[in-house]
Design a protein around this ligand. Structure first.
Ligand code: UDP
Length: 350
């Protein structure tokens, strides 16, 4: 899939968006990154700014947007629980109003549109590993619902626009992904543990650490995005993209401590409400339809991510090739952000 399309990436200056823009530019496309800088940052794409085929538009997708494009990747939404729970109403709006606006744009321009959905649509799953047919177990009124139900409604909208208006859609369900350019205060487990370990501060395990997650390295995920977007018409998804290697949170903590040579102790904190007890993708469909499977194992991916955070915590000059230091967008959140009760976190307001 090489060349010369006009491609819009919402959330284009975020963690995943910045890697996707980089990849799309490398393939010769014109790329428009759209972002309101809620969790994204220009610093993530500084190295792309000299490319005449790259453009950034500061825009919030909860408002309509009129541009001419051939393809849309809809990635815009804070993805870390501590960030998406700061302003849950805005999280729902980003997922629902944002999807309506972007689908409307796709309908008018006849663009193909990709939705970054999530393993959170499975909630706290009773089926393990999770195949796409599993309909999930989500608490519709809990603190994670703004994200989980927002993403579920976005999937509904994608399939209704597809059936009702013939919009060409691609829906990926993304499982936990990590890598360079995550913010130090991102709040998710991989970045939290690495930052804590490198600073010899206590590693914060929520609950008893027996809950499991499957961690996908960012490069593998981006390859999955490109393959899904390039798949023949009719391959709409939803399709799971994630690394089926499954680890307990405690195993992850031990691995990070060992790999960083850290003196950190482990402390146990209360498990957040509705925190899923297990998660692992069934990627049979991605293997069959896209010929895709992850190639970077957790140890290799952690090595690269640890190297990034070492560089970042040491002052983050421009010496690290390919990655730039993201400025934390939430200066009011501690670094790293650890289980902040919603009422303590400042509202961004709308
Ligand atoms: N977690 C933890 N310590 C942290 C951050 C997260 O033990 O400092 C746990 C969290 O409770 C969850 C898992 O790690 O069980 C993954 O959390 P994350 O926020 O990364 O992603 P989630 O899959 O829950 O959206």
């Amino acid at each position: 899939m090489h060349g010369q399309k006009r491609i819009m990436v919402t959330g284009g200056t975020g963690f995943l968006g910045s890697f996707l823009c980089e990849r799309l530019l490398r393939e010769g496309n014109d790329v428009l990154a759209v972002d309101n800088y809620y969790t994204g940052s220009r610093d993530n794409v500084l190295h792309l700014l000299d490319d005449p085929r790259f453009e950034i538009l500061r825009h919030d997708i909860t408002f309509p947007l009129y541009v001419e494009v051939d393809e849309i990747y809809n990635l815009a939404c804070p993805a870390s629980p501590v960030h998406y729970q700061v302003d849950p109403v805005q999280t729902v709006k980003t997922n629902v109003h944002g999807a309506i606006n972007m689908l409307g744009l796709a309908k008018r321009t006849k663009a193909k549109i990709f939705q970054a959905s999530t393993s959170e649509v499975y909630g706290d799953p009773a089926v393990h590993p999770q195949p796409e047919e599993y309909r999930g177990s989500v608490n519709p009124i809990g603190p994670r619902a703004c994200y989980d139900e927002g993403k579920r409604c976005a999937e509904t909208l994608f399939f209704d626009y597809h059936r009702q208006y013939g919009v060409e859609i691609r829906v990926a369900r993304i499982f936990n992904t990590y890598g360079p350019r995550m913010q130090t205060n991102d709040g998710r487990v991989v970045s939290n543990f690495i930052v804590q370990a490198l600073q010899n501060e206590p590693i914060t395990i929520f609950g008893n650490g027996t809950q499991t997650r499957s961690f996908c390295y960012v490069d593998d995920l981006i390859e999955g995005f490109i393959r899904l977007m390039g798949a023949p018409n009719g391959v709409t998804g939803p399709i799971n993209l994630g690394n089926p290697g499954e680890f307990t949170v405690r195993e992850l903590a031990e691995m990070v401590i060992e790999m960083t040579g850290s003196k950190s102790s482990i402390v146990y904190k209360p498990l957040p409400v509705d925190d899923p007890t297990q998660r692992k993708p069934d990627i049979s469909r991605a293997k069959q339809d896209l010929g895709w499977q992850p190639t970077v194992n957790l140890h290799e991916g952690l090595e690269k991510t640890i190297a990034y955070f070492e560089w970042k915590l040491s002052g983050g000059t421009r010496s690290m090739p390919g990655v730039r230091s993201p400025q934390p967008a939430y200066t009011h959140l501690p670094t790293p952000a650890v289980g902040i009760p919603v009422q303590e976190a400042a509202s961004i307001g709308t």
